[in-house]
Design a protein around this ligand. Sequence first.
Ligand SMILES: [Zn+2]
Length: 459
Amino acid sequence: MTQLDLIIRNGRVVTEAMDAVADIGISGEKVVQIGGEMNAARAVDATGKLVIPGGIDAHVHVTSQPGKQPPRWVDDFTSGSAAALAGGITTIGNMTQVTPDETPLQGLAREAEQARREAIADVLLHPIFGTAGEEMLADVPQLLEQGHNSVKYFMSTPVFDGQAANYLELTRLAGEHDLITLIHCEDFPLIQEATRKLVAAGKSSLRYYAESRPVISEVVATQRAVAFSEETGAPVYIVHLSCERALEVCAEAQARGLPVYVETRPFYLHLTSERFAEPDGAKYVGQPPLREPSDVDAIWAGIRQGTVNTVCTDHAPWSLADKLDPELSVENLRPGAENLQVMLPMLYSEGVRAGRISLQRMIQVLSTNAARLFGLYPQKGTIAPGSDADIAIFDPDETLTIDATMLKSNADYSVYDGWEITGWPITTIRRGEIVYENGHLTGAPGTGILPRRGPTMAL
Ligand SMILES: [Zn+2]
């Protein structure tokens, strides 16, 4: 019998394809054996625990654009990794800001260097196309050979409408080269008009934030993204979808066989727009805004039915003071919130335990589907012989109240402070190494890698 490096004994191993009590044998960075006799230098007892694939949070912001003045997001790849690993997430997908004097490949190279220095979790990078001129598009055919399989753009900026034809061409070109296009779907002119009306009525306070970005602005932009996919045949991935009507647009497109994929984020599963009326309601500002209880129900149903393909955080951590700055208004925003560490526990507690979604569906939306779309399956997104040993050992019975002092992120608050959540990761293994155990981070900065990604796979 070969001597292995690590055995996880007696856990309930759950993946998209299996659910059984079994031992897992790990050699080096890989899972090599499930079940049967095995010996190893070290064993972890997982009796009574769930053993699940490490999460892939494909949408985070742990870097800011170089040269942008503070205040800004407070995490880097090290603190972002710490938050991720403490939350059972072993791979993070960062949005790479390409500066005006860089090409996408140059921006990626700069940020990859930073990630190799700082990261503990493994890292994917999505280059943001803030413009879509010829010099930007020229890099697209080389992205996959450089190990990247995605591009990102925003419909919510003043730039987009003036360059819509270029962005359509970017989407087509990306699809032709086996890349997936991530799109922020909100319509700039409609947001501008709604905001103008609020300001004219003396309602510029963030208490009115939800009204400044109405559902229709998300619906028309989502329709446009679907149209881009339909016209070009290219896959599109709608980031942080927030509402029932936009989900209906995507569900209809999916029913017609279009490669339209939907991401949502925890904000839209756990919170509604009445939060903006709280005295510190500005801490809930994100783009799109929080919506109504019927939207929350629709998005949970979308996860259950498979129209929502991934749940990712859009982790964009601020200090509470920066978030509650009285200078902020519907015209002057600091969108986003800390979320990496609590996404998986909350999806388990509020989703699986509450009977809204199955455990296997949770694993699909937190890991397996992202691995496929972002070119990493079956290296990641599952537990199987030959896969990376990216594993969360999860105690389904542990109850903790969320509190800012437990956060590994540099953010000093959680929008979920005070929520009692049952089900927490207790040990996280990244490529065979125990990097988080019993509240302590044991992995070192600089050990995370940027795995080489293959073509996007259809779901
Ligand atoms: Zn984002």
